[in-house]
Design a binder for this molecule. Structure first.
Ligand SMILES: [Ca+2]
Ligand SMILES: [Ca+2]
Length: 572
């Protein structure tokens, strides 16, 4: 056994320990894989914790905060890309898949992070950017060098199309997500290459089996080092229609063309995203992952239009594709509309062949949770944003679902100012983590930080909120602890509970005749929730952001919830 293999097996045994109670359970039936009930925590590494004073977060910073994350109840961290990158798309343009970018640290730092996480029974997921590489990756440099280079077919090269006036243009009308044509002319060989995202992010050709194998080799490199799995970036865009036909143009509700910031009409993506053949690749990727011990997991960045499409990413009834494609219907593409929350939660429960939903509200590409406090997203004028967040997080952590949170959600970090530069707009949700009331909010000892710390750090920070029992941070800690320790929240089936009030979203979690009832008020005024058959039952209040009106611990016919009230009770 080489030193590396020895190290890898040591890390693995640390990363996937089997607790005594789990062993006992295994004698009867196989225990659930760890990810099924996990709380995932996304870390944007530039913004989490700086340890060398350069104003940018680093891997050692993450390691130094593992105790905090463990105490919060986090099971796994997903680290946004920390691989070498020219940073055209802040790390989502990878120029070397099996190395660490020096700004984040070294490979030894990553190994230490993985093993320190394992000591705390926590898992590390990396972000695999599989659809495209950087144009600085040696693969692309070789590919663009000549039409006969062995790596030419690793990317998508096509001749241009000459129009009736004899003018050369792109092969078709496909549009880049970041604006303009998705085709870039390359003078070296006189052909165009396809890039769904920035010009500097050429799409890999996943119809070439050699590319698929090369990417799996990169993933194996990290699996061998002990990572628990991957969050797969832009996974629904792996394949394009080989016929290269034009796409339809997107139109708004009035039938007008939807244009990008350069004025060019945008296309629908029907030939460049979510093609059915992708699922053959995903099944092979799952088989590769499953060849490793310790329940490695594939999490997907899956922005899909409905639950039927989402179900396909699990592999439907066969469940042989991604274990956890993200559900972006419930919490990302939604407003404070109780009817949509009710039906989408129900969809996730009833239309996924029993697979585990992965609920997620925000991430490094979407505004933070304070967006739900805007009137334009359905909040009442002057609504208490803290109460709204407590109410929504109650649903995240008490639903039958794996939960994905974004760094800073637990303290209520807000969305920052929107930068004028269109390609930097997502900086608004990437501001430095607010740890303390001190310099740079405890994020960095440097003179400047890569993005300014938000001014509200003096009150919104871990230090202050840890001392306040009513804080959002303590709300998270107790909810996540409940979720870990309460059998009904862990194992119970979920069923919508009719409270005979459209403003109320309520459900039960039950095993046999034992049940928990969760009741939330999506409105800015007090609401009555009809307790139906639960009226007269004794209830043990597990968590509530108000003082529930009950008679000696017995539920009345109706429960009054204040604006954005949230109630979790176990029926005795
Ligand atoms: Ca640093
Ligand atoms: Ca692609």
């Amino acid at each position: 056994m080489t030193r590396n293999l020895l190290l890898a097996s040591l890390v693995l045994s640390l990363a996937f320990p089997i607790a005594a109670h789990a062993q006992k359970q295994m004698q009867n039936s196989a225990p659930d894989p760890w990810w099924k009930h996990a709380v995932f925590y996304e870390i944007y590494p530039r913004s989490f914790q700086d340890t060398n004073g350069d104003g940018m977060g680093d891997l050692n910073g993450i390691t130094s905060r593992l105790d905090y994350l463990h105490d919060l109840g986090v099971d796994a961290i997903w680290i946004a890309p920390c691989f070498p990158s020219p940073l055209v798309d802040f790390g989502y343009d990878v120029s070397d898949y099996d190395a660490i970018d020096p700004q984040f640290g070294t490979m030894a730092d990553m190994d230490r992070l993985i093993s320190e996480a394992a000591k705390r029974h926590m898992h590390v997921l990396l972000d695999m950017v599989v659809n495209h590489s950087s144009d600085q990756h040696p693969w692309f440099i070789a590919s663009r060098s000549s039409k006969t280079d062995p790596k030419r077919d690793w990317y998508i090269w096509r001749d241009g199309k000459v129009d009736k006036d004899g003018k050369m243009g792109p092969p078709n009308n496909w549009h880049s997500v970041f604006g303009g044509s998705a085709w870039q002319f390359d003078p070296t060989t006189g052909q165009y290459y396809y890039h769904r995202f920035f010009v500097q992010q050429p799409d890999l050709n996943w119809r070439n089996p050699v590319v698929e194998k090369a990417m799996y080799d990169q993933m194996r490199f990290w699996l061998d080092r002990g990572v628990a799995g991957f969050r797969l970036d832009s996974i629904d865009t792996l394949l394009e229609d080989p016929g290269l036909g034009d796409e339809d143009y997107r139109r708004d509700a009035k039938g007008e063309l939807v244009r990008d910031r350069t004025g060019q009409p945008m296309t629908t993506g029907e030939k460049t995203s979510n093609l059915p053949e992708i699922h053959d690749i995903i099944r092979r990727m799952r088989a590769m992952i499953d060849s490793y011990p310790g329940d490695r997991v594939l999490v997907g960045e899956t922005y899909l239009p409905n639950v039927m499409e989402l179900d396909k990413w699990y592999g439907g009834a066969a469940k042989d594709e991604l274990q956890l494609p993200m559900d972006t219907q419930v919490g990302v593409r939604n407003t404070l509309n109780p009817n949509l929350w009710r039906t989408r939660l129900e969809d996730a429960e009833t239309s996924l062949h029993g697979s585990m939903p992965l609920l997620v509200y925000d991430n490094h590409d979407n505004s933070r949770l304070d967006r739900y406090c805007r009137e334009s997203n359905g909040a009442a004028p002057g609504a208490d944003c803290g109460q709204i967040q407590k109410m929504l997080e109650t649903i995240l952590f008490t639903s039958r679902a794996a939960a994905m949170m974004y760094y800073g959600d637990e303290i209520g970090m807000s969305t920052g100012p929107m930068p004028a530069e269109p390609t930097r707009r997502r900086d608004a949700e990437r501001t430095p983590m607010q740890w303390t009331q001190g310099k740079n909010a405890g994020f960095s000892t440097g003179e400047t930080t890569w993005l300014p710390v938000l001014p509200n750090f003096t009150t919104v920070n871990v230090e202050v909120e840890s001392k306040d029992r009513d804080s959002l941070l303590e709300w998270h800690r107790s909810l996540i602890a409940l979720r870990r320790t309460n059998l009904l929240l862990r194992e119970g089936g979920q069923k919508t509970f009719s409270a005979v009030n459209d403003n109320i979203v309520a459900y039960t979690r039950s095993v046999g005749d034992k049940q928990i009832v969760v009741v939330t008020n999506f409105s800015g005024t007090a609401q009555q929730a009809d307790m139906g058959a639960l009226a007269g039952r004794k209830v043990h209040v597990l968590q509530a952001n108000f003082a529930p009106d009950m008679a000696n611990g017995v539920l009345k016919n109706s429960l009054t919830l204040p604006a954005y009230g949230a109630f979790v009770g176990e029926i005795d």
